[in-house]
Structure formats: structure tokens, C-alpha cells
Design a protein around this ligand. Sequence first.
Ligand code: TXA
Ligand code: MG
Length: 317
Amino acid sequence: MAIVKATAGAIRVAAEHLREGRLVAFPTETVYGLGGDATNGKAVAAIFEAKGRPRFNPLIVHFADISGARMHAEFTPLGLRLAEAFWPGPLTLVLKRRAESDLCDLVSAGLETIAIRVPDHPIAQALLEAAVRPLAAPSANKSGRVSPTQANHVQMDLGDRVGLILDGGPTAHGLESTIIDATGEAPILLRTGAVPAETIEVVLGQTINRAVDAGDKPLSPGQLASHYAPEAKVRLGATDVQEGEALLAFGSNVPAAAGPMINLSATGDLIEAAANLFAALRTLDQSGTKRIAVMPIPEQGLGEGINDRLRRAATPR
Ligand code: TXA
Ligand code: MG
């Protein structure tokens, strides 16, 4: 269990760990990932084990560039357009897996499709290049909990499970990647995230189908109703603060609060709010509060992804 600054030397050591089948937590532009060699069944099993993750929930595989990704996935014309527009960057594509791919079966939990992305973060990029293999990397938190946006979040959740945590400071986006099923001609949004769906619609000149939340048989298993959950109970759309509640505020019109209060963005900036969201939930949890009141957040742009995470955080477990 060690947090190390992600120097060139540390990245070399981390790549060595990965090639030996061990796990390394590393920063991406969205959240920190718990990385393992995606071609090594034991390494991938160790990821599920460390996270306490249900076996049916497949992982995202990270590549250094699109040419690496093309060796493992069948790119549809839609997939190619999206990759060209958004990679490297926080967009994950679900595509058919190629027959000749040597990714282990466990990484896609037995599905015929795989979820892939090329991260836009210098440390993630350097690690992928040094490891010379695709890296499976779910968010580096215990399954169902809030995703880590700082190295010390990883340490708190998984410190006893991961040998090496590369510290690259707080992540830029703070929300996980947006996931699009690009297996067909029409894009299907499986998870809202760091790229607003509207931005993708503008690039494609086409509307995106929002996959319905299918309860216990979700299209994208990360879409389970209760997910991204802090310890405290969460009350959404709050315009006041009740006795015993902590406040997660947004904007300048903040009600008086006696208890702990964090403002996601005093200026009402959704980008700033997304970047602060998970760290704020963790900090309020650590304050010992049992209930968190969350002010309304506009359902537009990144607000879609923020509200999605908050609704899941508020779903009773
Ligand atoms: O931003 C991110 O995407 C972060 C960083 C570390 O890259 N990773 C991340 O991974 O959020 P994870 O494992 O926490 O989320 C993977 C999501 C899950 O919702 C899973 O159900 C979905 O991807 N997924 C994976 N493979 C899939 C597939 N073949 N079809 C549909 N959904 C898939
Ligand atoms: Mg996750």
C-alpha cells in the first residue's frame, strides 16, 4: 500500500507491476482507475476481488491509441466517427469484440461486446505505453461507492488491496466517462458522464437514444439503481436544510445551514460542480453526518451526469 508521485521512474515500476499481473491505481482525466492487464485473467479477477464487484459487471479496457483498440474491437462507422471526434478523451465505446482479441473473457463478463476508451491523461497514457498492453480499469473504489477523484480516496477504499497508487493530483472532470453503445447505426447512451450527451449529438448531427434504466437487468450494469453511494442518506432537490442535515449546495442562493456545508460551485458552473462532486460527498460523509440535503442542479449539459450520480446516491439501499 503506497501512494507515490507519478514520476517517470514510478511509472516504469508501475508498468513492471502490471506486466507481472499485479494491480496499479492510476489517475485518468475522469476518475482514478484500478488497473490490471486486460489480457491476464488472474489480474482481472484480482480487480473484481479488490472492488468486491459483482461478477456480471464488465470492465472498461483502456488503450494508448485507436490502433491498439482496433485490434480488439470491430469498429462500426459510428464507432470510428465517435473515436475520431472524442479520443483521447472521456468517452467509452461499446463495440463487438473481435474473434482474434486476446482480452480475457472475464473482462467483458462473458458479453460479446467490450467497453473501450483511450484516456486523455499524461500519466494514464505513459502507463499504457510503458505497460505495452491494454489495461482493464474500473473506478478505483469499493463496488457501489463513490468514485475516487484523488489518490487518497483510493487509499481509503482500497489501500490494503492495491500495491501501488500513482498520484497525479485531483482529476479534471470528476465524473466517469460517458458510455455509448456504438455497435449499430444509432448511438445508444448507456451512461451519462464527462462528455455531455448534447455535445455528442452536435458532433453526430443526430439524437442519441437514452437507454432505459432496466432495473435488475441493466444494459450497462453500472446503471444499477443504487450506486455511487455515500454512507449518509441523500435528499435531493433541497431548498432548505432540515435539523441534522449537511448541505451540498450549488450556486449563489444558498439556504442557511447549521451543519457542514460544501458548495459544488458558488458561481453555478457545472464543470466545476462535476469536478467537485465525489470529493464533496466523501468529505460530508467523513463529517459524520447521517443525512445530506442536495440543492437542485440544472438538468442540462454536465448536469445530466451529475444528477444521474446524485439520484443513484439517493436510492435506498
Ligand atoms: O471514467 C471512467 O470510465 C473510469 C476510468 C477509470 O476510466 N472507469 C470506469 O469504469 O468508470 P467502471 O468499471 O467503474 O465502469 C464501467 C462501466 C460499467 O457501468 C459497466 O457496466 C459498463 O462500463 N460496461 C462495461 N462493459 C460493457 C459492455 N460490454 N456493455 C455495456 N456496458 C459495459
Ligand atoms: Mg465505477
